[in-house]
Design a protein around this ligand. Structure first.
Ligand code: ADP
Length: 473
């Protein structure tokens, strides 16, 4: 079944609450009115009973029933107060009973049950009465009295009030339902606009935003939040689009180089040395492409959150020593001075050993790539304030301050032509930054063009609780 709209549901709730309110209000007003009207009649009855008590007090208590009857009939037979009156002796013997009560015995109450004054509303033959039943003690003689009064006017007033309620309450309810629906529609009208705009936003027009409301209420908060969310989605979308475009571009270049090289080699017959050179070029480009694909896969896994990290206490000096030894030969081959200072023992960090190896490898790779011979590269590990600090320093070309902010971006290369020649595609530092963040650490760079660069990585030691990534050095 189709669910009702919020507007209709709100209006229905409004009507239900209003109806319950009306019911409670109507019923209490009716009860209060009834109580007040009967109160007036009861007060009159009370004073008439008081008069009767005085009347009986003025007579002799031991007089016979016939004498008392005579006296009561003389006095009450002609007045209004006696129309619905019965007086009995304590033993139940009737002293006086008006004609009406005589002919309607059903009204009579067994008076021996009465303990204190008892008021009753009674209807007989379509007529409404109010009766009081009471025990009277007069000069030591006990009487039981039943006295009534006409309550037709009061009941008529009550009935009139009830008919007004029955007519006006549904009318009021109808008006309130209409007003409720109109109000909820008016309040929710901006939601319809939001829904329409939101439906129109897609991959091709992610720059569109929902109309900003200046109402200062929940709807404004909702649109602001949705717009902020769209900002984030748009920027993520742009990053992905850019990443895909850059990746395709980077993949196309080596593939077309391989193709060109192969085509040139095949155009005419060549010497064995020429073929070997062509194959060497092709192999170099293929290796570069493999590296690029591996890096792309690494980042794709990182983005999807599917990169499996095996976090464990890692002996950082041991990992660094292993990386350093793998670079010793390269340093010698490139005529670069390479030194390492890894004296800290027992310096353990919580992390993934493979990724930490990769991190140090990327930093050393860059230091070697961007340091011309003769130059120097130095790796240092120290412990500062419960943090392991790895520093990779080189005496190479350095990086300008403006570039330093961008080098951690994907595919960013300071000198495009030179970097490519040296095999870099601009993904190394993006991967390094991701690894550092996975270890709740921080990475930073200090450099001046022509004066070398120093990359610093801070990693919390095992057992140190870090809620957020460490701040840069
Ligand atoms: P690449 O694979 O091109 O080296 P990276 O992401 O590792 O990509 O580095 C991004 C850019 O930062 C490099 O292209 C280079 O211009 C610059 N860079 C990185 N490390 C150094 C360094 N030690 N010295 C000078 N420039 C560097």
């Amino acid at each position: 079944m189709r669910k009702l709209s919020i507007g209709v549901r709100l209006a229905l709730w409004y009507v239900v609450i209003f109806a319950v309110g009306e019911l409670i209000f109507g019923a209490s007003m009716w009860l209060i009115l009834r109580h007040n009207l009967y109160d007036v009649v009861d007060d009159a009855l009370e004073s008439q009973v008081e008069d009767l008590k005085n009347f009986l007090g003025a007579k002799q208590g031991d007089a016979s029933i016939a004498t008392l009857h005579e006296q009561l009939a003389q006095s009450y037979g002609t007045q209004h107060a006696g129309d619905f009156l019965e007086v009995c002796k304590e033993n139940g013997a009737v002293v006086y009973r008006s004609k009406f009560l005589d002919s309607h015995e059903a009204i009579l109450l067994p008076l021996d049950q009465v303990r204190r004054p008892l008021f009753r509303a009674i209807t007989v033959d379509g007529r409404h009465f109010r009766f009081v039943f009471e025990k009277l003690s007069v000069d030591g003689y006990l009487y039981t009295v039943q006295m009534g009064a006409d309550a037709d006017d009061e009941v008529e007033t009550l009935q009139l009030f009830r008919s007004y309620l029955l007519v006006f309450a549904p009318l009021l309810l109808l008006v309130s339902a209409g007003v409720g629906y109109w109000m909820s529609r008016k309040a929710l009208a901006p939601v319809d606009v939001l829904v329409r705009t939101a439906r129109d936003i897609g991959g091709t027009n992610l720059n569109r935003r929902l109309q900003t409301l200046k109402t200062g209420d929940e709807l404004q908060r909702l649109t602001d939040t949705l717009n902020e969310m769209l900002d984030r989605i748009e920027s993520a979308f742009q990053k992905i689009t850019q990443f895909t475009a850059d990746a395709s571009h980077e993949l196309r270049t080596p593939v077309s180089l391989i193709r060109t090289e192969a085509e040139l080699a095949l155009r005419r017959s060549r010497t064995e040395a020429e073929y070997k050179e062509s194959l060497r070029q092709i192999l170099q480009e293929a290796e570069r492409t493999t590296l690029l694909i591996e890096q792309l896969l690494e980042l794709a896994r990182a983005d999807s959150g599917r990169a499996s990290l095996t976090m464990q206490p890692v002996d950082l000096p041991e990992v660094l020593r292993s990386v350093v030894s793998s670079w010793q030969q390269v340093a010698a081959a490139r005529n670069l001075q390479f030194s390492a200072d890894i004296r800290e023992s027992g310096c353990s960090v919580m992390g993934d050993p493979t990724l930490l190896w990769r991190l140090a490898d990327i930093l050393l790779d860059n230091a070697f790539k961007y340091t011309p011979s003769p130059g120097s590269v130095r790796l240092v590990l120290e412990v500062r304030e419960e943090t392991a600090v790895i520093t990779v320093q080189d005496s190479g070309m350095g990086i300008s301050p403006e570039e330093q902010e961008k080098i951690f971006e994907r595919f960013y290369r300071v000198d495009k032509a030179r970097s490519r020649g040296q095999g870099g595609v601009g993904l190394g530092l993006a991967i390094a930054e991701w690894i550092v963040l996975q270890h709740r650490g921080a990475i930073s760079v200090e450099s001046r063009p022509g004066e070398g660069a120093t990359f610093g990585v801070k990693l919390p030691l095992v057992g140190v609780d870090v809620q957020c990534p460490l701040v840069s050095m």
